[in-house]
Write a protein that binds this ligand. Structure first.
Ligand code: SF4
Length: 352
């Protein structure tokens, strides 16, 4: 099912699925009962572009923290519930806008019915969050001959039936695994047979470039197949890094238009300047000033101007002097010490 054809689901004051843009989400890395720190982290992530944030509910202290957290943040909060349905009831009454349930550890129908009834009353969505590491063991035993990705899909379908039997349809699905191929196949398979919106992500992907590369390798084919209505890149890092990585990935796939593009050359023996720090400072400047254009930072004028011709503006380095170019054409020569300031001035002129 194409992402635009998925069902539209309301999460607080925003919508996911259907024609709505892909939403970016992350998860707090702090215990939920540490309320002030959690609020700070959620607000920092929201300022960076998070549309939704999730917190874990491990105990009653966490569950009762939700009310104060919700009252001090500006984006919808998702609560992650495992094992104890009572945590879900408290979270819903406290203002959570979406509840994530794991079919692997919350499958008593009477308990699910209680959650569903309250979710209906409070207009709260439920994400059926299937994870290959905690599949429903009844399904695993019953279909032991099936491949993992099929078991993941089957777990989601079985749980959807339970919720639909209680006349509940405000559903989002995730089908995660730490195995890239299982994840891709599960989402592709599921999207052929259902129009519920999908939260996509690769779980436990790792840290820094390890996690980023694995997640991008997994999520790009899905996004290019028009699969996925919300996205999380799960990293062993601060959640703020997850938000920035999601934005960059979506932008590079033309799915997050209002964001700057920075091109910088890999450098070679011709390069006589410190390109990486110039590129970093330029990207920071573009992001801080919301200038959504393409800028090239190149190591030499010999090839830099031509190679950076798709950029709106660029800087080509040289010993003691730099060249500012626009759309692949020479604009002016500037001293090395003034190069960035001159570039930033021209960038702001383009913005206005
Ligand atoms: S732009 Fe110049 S310095 Fe950079 S890689 Fe190309 S030739 Fe080398």
């Amino acid at each position: 099912m194409n992402r635009n054809e998925t069902k539209r689901v309301q999460i607080g004051n925003i919508f996911l699925g259907g024609n709505n843009q892909i939403l970016i989400q992350s998860m707090c890395s702090i215990k939920t009962s540490h309320i002030k720190k959690v609020i700070k982290q959620i607000n920092e992530c929201a300022d960076l572009g998070a549309d939704l944030m999730r917190v874990s509910i491990l105990d009653f202290k966490d569950a009762y923290a939700i009310k104060e957290i919700v009252n001090n943040i500006k984006i919808p909060l998702i609560c992650d519930i495992h094992y104890n349905y009572k945590f879900a009831l408290i979270a819903i009454k406290s203002g959570a806008k979406k509840i994530r349930l794991n079919p692997g550890n919350l499958n008593n129908k009477e308990e699910i019915e209680k959650i569903v009834n309250l979710a209906k009353k409070y207009n709260v969505a439920i994400r059926i969050g299937v994870n290959s590491g905690s599949l429903n063991q009844n399904i695993v035993r019953k279909y032991s001959n099936l491949e993992t990705y099929k078991l993941i899909v089957l777990s989601a379908i079985e749980y959807i039936k339970i919720l639909e039997n209680f006349d509940f349809y405000n559903i989002v699905i995730s089908l995660k695994s730490s195995n890239l191929f299982d994840t891709i196949q599960a989402y592709r398979e599921f999207s052929k047979i259902s129009n519920y919106p999908l939260h996509i992500g690769l779980t436990e992907s790792g840290f820094d470039e390890v996690g980023i590369i694995r997640s991008v390798a997994c999520l790009s084919p899905l996004l290019l197949d028009n699969i996925g209505n919300t996205i999380r890149i799960s990293l062993t890092n601060d959640p703020k890094k997850e938000i920035l990585t999601c934005k960059r990935l979506l932008h590079d796939l033309n799915l997050y238009p209002n964001y700057p593009t920075l091109i910088s050359c890999p450098t070679c023996g011709r390069c006589e300047v410190k390109i990486k720090s110039l590129a970093r400072k330029t990207l920071d400047f573009l992001e801080k000033n919301n200038v959504n254009i393409t800028v090239a930072i190149m190591g030499c004028a010999v090839n830099g101007i031509g190679e950076g011709k798709k950029a709106d503006i660029g800087l080509a380095g040289g010993k003691n002097k730099f060249i500012i170019f626009k759309k692949g054409k020479f604009f002016k020569e500037v001293k090395e010490s003034e190069a960035l300031n001159e570039l930033f001035k021209e960038i702001l002129l383009i913005k206005h």
